[in-house]
Design a protein around this ligand. Sequence first.
Ligand SMILES: Cc1cc2nc3c(=O)[nH]c(=O)nc-3n(C[C@H](O)[C@H](O)[C@H](O)COP(=O)(O)OP(=O)(O)OC[C@H]3O[C@@H](n4cnc5c(N)ncnc54)[C@H](O)[C@@H]3O)c2cc1C
Length: 420
Amino acid sequence: MTKSRSVIICGGGIVGLCTAYSLARAGCAVTVIERNAAGADSCVHGSAGYISPSHVVPLSAPGMIWQGMKWMLSSRSPFYIKPRLDADLWRWCWLFARSCSVAHMRRAAPLLARMSLGSRQLFVEMGAAMNGAFDLQTEGLINLCKTAECLDHEAAGLAKIAREVGVEAQVLNAPQTAALEPGIRMEVAGCIYFPIDAHLTPRVFIPALLEQLSRLGVEFLWNTSIKGWRTDGGRITAVSTTAGDLRADDYVLATGSWAADTVRGLELRLPMQPGKGYSLTIEQPRFQLKKSIILADRRAAVTPMGSKLRFGGTMELGGHDGRVRPERIQQIIDSAQWYFPDFRADDFAGIEPWFGYRPVSPDGLPYVGRFRKHPNLIAACGHAMLGLTLAPITGQLVGEIVTGETPSIDLALLAPDRFA
Ligand SMILES: Cc1cc2nc3c(=O)[nH]c(=O)nc-3n(C[C@H](O)[C@H](O)[C@H](O)COP(=O)(O)OP(=O)(O)OC[C@H]3O[C@@H](n4cnc5c(N)ncnc54)[C@H](O)[C@@H]3O)c2cc1C
């Protein structure tokens, strides 16, 4: 087949790979540039694996400023900003604060619901196209509330908003919640159950997707770093890499939390902070779950992955700083025991904490679309806590942009220039 357009995808994380999948299927000649080696971890590898239409409230939700300030006072809270003199960070914080409004949430929630429901469907289709090569689990997600106060809050907030935008949410009491997960003892007030949510095991999904991409003719340049850009007027004429200058018709920016650094020479404004999160995977848990769970009062995640069980959480805005903070890890372990009293500290003994950097935009929405200043550069980054959930729909949208189709979702709120 003659390839209609050539596209270089910068970054081989989940968003870059799902974008490669869409573009290759649309008949484009696709090259992915990734600085790490084939098979190396990206942010999704240690993630909670949720595909979560239930996450309709953006990170910059109303009330998050006060909640965030309270959390900042505790070293064990799920959220932390490392205070430092960094103009990008403070500008990001100001934009974040500005987005924590009811009006923004009302605009963002229907968009997030539409994107994530579309993505979930695309995961089902990918599963069929890849002959079930990965484990898409469609058991739903339990938003578990330890306290009655939390349950009331989630029922009046998240569940109500989710229903308004077409995502089913069931408010369940303690016995009803226990019936959803009979294999484990829980001490909770109840839950919000989202039957439409799903999950998968990233370490199974990514190798299967890479194999599929090779079959579709996608070319990979591993161990290749992007260093800058060649431009002529507004057009990008090449991306400069450690393997030399590489040319294509279009370029996709999918370098995750490093996206703002990647485009530094292009004088674009793309506010982005790395939001570090941790996970701990128990290889042989004494108890196993069927569904993925959010520990709502503590903002931690629990996901069954095959025979393993993964706990994850925390959001640290501290730059790309590879130090592991033991108090944050302890917070995840304490949370597990608070909800599931039969878990013991030694269930987590000897587990090496994993961490990754979420690419966090200030308004809780990703950047998807062409840059005004360089129209053959397309943003596909800034998905924060929803990078896996939204990767397939992002890929589809980028495919539509490249091939000149009308995007199936209005891109206005996702414009990469919205903070310029
Ligand atoms: C603890 C935790 C739990 C999470 N759980 C979930 C979940 O359950 N569901 C969900 O939807 N999301 C979840 N997320 C978020 C999700 O993992 C991220 O949003 C997503 O992985 C981001 O993907 P990405 O492709 O945009 O970025 P990345 O995975 O960071 O990929 C970007 C790639 O670009 C490469 N790169 C960067 N700069 C250069 C350069 N100069 N040259 C070449 N290559 C470069 C990097 O090496 C990297 O591989 C979680 C995140 C964490 C940390």
